[in-house]
Write a protein of this length. Structure first.
Length: 214
């Protein structure tokens, strides 16, 4: 979600160091802010005492709640810059977040677990990822419990889904808990020709790039 910066620039700037929080579950809501830079972890503690990862947020997204008690804890995973949002800018941010929640709920209702895991990883890569060999790396460690919480499944089911995605070469496990989401170019063989595409000219390689981002 993009919030126009002219709505936020005159308002206070908040700087968070890694591990600092912007609102804690059960405490007064901190207000709504625009993420200028950095990555934040949004989590909640379930009734059984387990902490569940809700989402990761990055630049050009909004974070926080307007009133009442905070339902989640928001913790910085890197240096973070936040601009306070008020009025119509805050309302637009909350509306966009509500639409995102509806979309995620639809995924939960209609998609199988493997598809849900892949969509969430691609979503995270598009929002907070960094270029890496073969695709886009998600720059934070995600346990299978984290993935299970985000897609509404058990850890065992997510483990099976990850094996399928790795076998399809859709996802690469760089190291424990670190994932690279492969770009479309990496999902086909290096000499594969896409349907409907023109064969390379025998006079030499084309200067046009084939790299696309999902």
């Amino acid at each position: 979600m993009i919030v126009p910066l002219h709505d936020a620039e005159p308002l206070p700037l908040t700087i968070l160091r890694p591990s600092q929080t912007f609102g804690c579950q059960g405490e007064p809501a901190p207000g709504v802010a625009f993420v200028e830079a950095g990555v934040l972890r949004v989590s909640t503690v379930a009734a059984d005492g387990h902490e569940l990862l809700v989402d990761l947020l990055g630049p050009a997204q909004s974070v926080g709640e307007l009133s009442g008690l905070a339902t989640c804890t928001v913790r910085a995973l890197s240096p973070v810059r936040l601009r306070a949002l008020t009025g119509t800018a805050a309302a637009r941010a909350l509306d966009e977040r509500a639409r995102r929640a509806v979309s995620l709920a639809a995924d939960l209702a209609w998609l199988d677990v493997t598809t849900r895991v892949e969509r969430r990883l691609r979503d995270l890569a598009s929002r907070v990822g960094r270029p890496a060999p073969g695709g886009i790396a998600i720059p934070v460690r995600l346990t299978q419990d984290d993935l299970a919480a985000m897609v509404g499944a058990t850890r065992e089911t997510v483990n099976r889904a990850m094996r399928v995605l790795v076998a399809r070469r859709a996802i690469e496990v760089a190291r424990r808990g670190r994932y690279v989401v492969r770009t479309p170019l990496q999902l086909v063989g290096p000499n594969a020709q896409r349907p409907g595409s023109r064969a390379p000219s025998p006079r030499g390689p084309s200067t046009r790039s084939n790299m696309t981002m999902s």
